[in-house]
Design a protein around this ligand. Structure first.
Ligand code: PEP
Length: 248
């Protein structure tokens, strides 16, 4: 059985009030993750300790130590007991020019340390308009997951069409489901049917308390990675609430 996961990516922002999120996570039987900026990880981990809210990181480097100014070692994250790490977010790929090959190295390092990567994949608007969205996502998955043999169960995938991130243009539940099914088939061809059927696949792209319910009704959508709507505590708590009810 796959558990629903609602994850909030704060990017380079802070939430207005985390209290409603903690309250909502504690009373709903789903997984809840918040992903603050690096410098606030420890503070948020302390604020959420004893609650059911997990805390994750927005990125990590694939080396453990050395002359890599500005990067964050996965060992530092482990020291803070951070288990979940976003990898290959579209802003990392497009603004910071991260390549599929770098993302693959990060995936391998993350898994080798027993941590859980949330691998983000998704096509741009131009790629969808030219009907290349499946080839693009297939390629992203093949490169990022190539060479991985251990801790496959720890992997989470987030399908985030770039044109839907921060734009208010959510994919329709049917379009999202079509891609989630496609991703599950790709995972099956790489790792086999059992791993594929157990893998949590999140949808991301302008998810909020108004559209989460219809997205979660789809068989292959196991939760959401949420940017904007995770910054208002009350709003994010409402999403968790709805997801909790969908789970019953
Ligand atoms: C994201 O940051 O991964 C994201 C999906 O953002 P938003 O919900 O604002 O579209």
């Amino acid at each position: 059985m796959r558990r629903i996961l609602i994850a909030g990516n704060w990017k380079m922002n802070l939430i207005d009030n985390i209290a409603p999120v903690i309250e909502s996570a504690d009373k709903n039987n789903i997984d809840v993750l918040v992903i603050p900026p690096f410098v606030y990880l420890e503070r948020i981990a302390i604020m959420t300790s004893g609650s059911k809210v997990f805390v994750g990181a927005q990125n990590m480097y694939f080396q453990e130590k050395g002359p890599f100014t500005g990067e964050t070692s996965p060992l530092f994250l482990k020291e803070l007991k951070i288990n979940h790490v976003l990898l290959g977010h579209s802003e990392r790929r497009h603004i910071f020019k991260e390549t599929d090959e770098e993302i693959s190295l990060k995936m391998q390092k993350c898994l080798s340390l027993g941590m859980t990567p949330i691998l983000c994949v998704g096509e741009t608007e131009a790629e969808r308009m030219s009907n290349r969205h499946k080839v693009i996502v297939e390629n992203q998955l093949k490169i990022a997951l190539g060479g991985i043999e251990n801790n496959l169960k720890n992997i989470i995938i987030a399908y985030e069409p770039v044109w839907a991130i921060g734009t208010g243009n959510t994919a329709t539940p049917n379009d999202a489901e079509e891609m989630h099914l496609f991703i599950r088939e790709q995972i099956s061809s790489i790792f086999g049917r059992k791993i594929s059927s157990e893998m949590v696949i999140l949808y991301g792209g302008s998810v909020n308390d108004e559209n989460i319910k219809d997205l979660l009704r789809k068989d292959n959508i196991d939760g959401a990675l949420i940017g904007g709507a995770s910054l208002k505590g009350e709003k994010f708590a409402a999403v968790i609430e709805i997801a909790g009810k969908t789970n019953i």
